[in-house]
Design a protein around this ligand. Structure first.
Ligand code: KG4
Ligand code: ZN
Length: 356
């Protein structure tokens, strides 16, 4: 019986071999929030399977993700999803070269389900375990959406947990150019949706509702960050909440579609203009959007238009890879293998926060 240390020592050799191997099959596990997902991806770009079990319907009745409920549902789902991912890929578990898993950021209890499953699998198959940051996964979603896309580029990372602009010089060589000083933009979308009585998750609901409204209400983002690439979304979030409460107290009618449209216009203007500025300042003519808010139709419309005008190539993930999924984690894991980083031992744990 081998101990933990000897597993890790053995994996160092296997990991090094994988780095130079022509064909590498990565099985990946994502369980950071309310999606249990397992994927099998060949050579970082060829998605052989990507099974996603969403818990959205379960959490909707609570108006948001309940961490304990999420963990329990991951546990119930994960074994079947694993089987399905292999069957769909047409492979046996012995065909897998490495297991990649999201270890953070996210809900610790939810992450732990994936991390523990990944550890058991890697140990039993005697193959390397790769610890992947969820955010790097979101960037990877673009590599499987656009097969010819390669760094360098500027990345606008917009999700429920992050709002940032990164300069990506190589797969794992990136610099943070700007970040939110308070709330993530997805958080603001979800909060505004909740105060408007829309269902969870709020982002897609606002997106839909805004289409039938016009931006007639004036909301602003903080002007103190005008000259930086940082963001602040807590002010506008509070402004919308106060506006709604005020109107309701006075018994005035709310035009929800106009409120949604006004909020969305303001927030997407801020994201798009700073992303374009980052491209110009860094001299890169390629912009990549990543994360759940990247699914926002108005944001994509604006970025497409502005990029065309500025002669910047614009990429966003196809919808199914935009929100949380396993395939994006496999891609990120593959490029970590090729760079020789991220090999984890069996003491790997879940982290609620991971630096960008
Ligand atoms: O990347 P993601 O699936 O999970 C995190 O890593 O956080 O992002 C989830 C966030 C949620 O806040 C959700 O409301 C938002 O992405 N979102 C959207 C849209 N689709 C998802 N926000 C605006 N417009 C959308 N169409
Ligand atoms: Zn995510």
């Amino acid at each position: 019986m081998s101990d933990m240390k000897s597993y890790f020592e053995r994996m160092k050799d296997k990991f090094e071999k994988l780095r130079h191997q022509d064909d590498v099959i990565v099985l990946s596990i994502e369980s950071s929030c309310d999606e249990t997902s397992i994927a099998v991806v060949k050579n970082g770009r060829e998605v052989l399977s990507n099974i996603v079990a969403s818990q959205i319907e379960i959490h909707r009745r609570f108006g948001g993700v309940v961490p304990e409920v999420a963990s329990r549902n991951h546990i119930t789902a994960i074994s079947n999803i694993f089987e399905e991912a292999l069957v769909t890929a047409g492979l046996k578990k012995e065909d897998i070269d490495a297991v990649a898993v999201t270890y953070g950021a996210g809900l610790v209890g939810a992450l732990l389900v994936g991390v523990n499953f990944a550890k058991a699998l890697a140990y039993s198959l005697d193959i390397p375990l790769i610890a992947v940051s969820h955010v790097h996964g979101h960037i990877g979603a673009n590599y499987i959406s656009h097969l010819s896309l390669t760094p360098p580029f500027v990345c606008l990372m917009v999700s429920g947990g992050h709002s940032a602009i990164l300069r990506v010089d190589d797969y794992y060589d990136m610099t943070l150019l700007g970040t939110t000083v308070d709330d993530a933009v997805g958080e603001a979308f979800d909060k505004v949706a909740r105060v408007l009585g829309l269902s969870y998750p709020g982002g897609p609901e606002i997106d839909k509702l805004a289409k039938s409204g016009s931006p007639s209400v004036r909301f602003n983002v903080s002007s103190s960050l005008k000259n930086s690439l940082n963001f602040s979304f807590s002010g506008i979030k509070t402004a919308v909440v106060n506006y709604v409460h005020n109107k309701t107290q006075k018994g005035e009618e709310l035009n929800k579609a106009d409120i949604a449209s006004s909020f969305q216009e303001c927030v997407t203007d801020e994201l798009a203009s700073k992303a374009i500025r980052a491209c110009k300042e860094s001299g890169l003519n390629k912009l990549v959007v990543a994360g759940g808010v990247g699914a926002n139709s108005r944001l994509k419309e604006k970025l497409t238009e502005m990029c065309q005008k500025e002669e910047i190539e614009f990429y966003s993930p196809v919808l199914k890879y935009c929100t949380d999924n396993g395939a994006m984690i496999a891609t990120a894991g593959y490029y970590m293998i090729k760079k020789g980083i991220g090999l984890a031992d069996l003491s790997l744990s879940a982290k609620p926060n991971v630096d960008l």
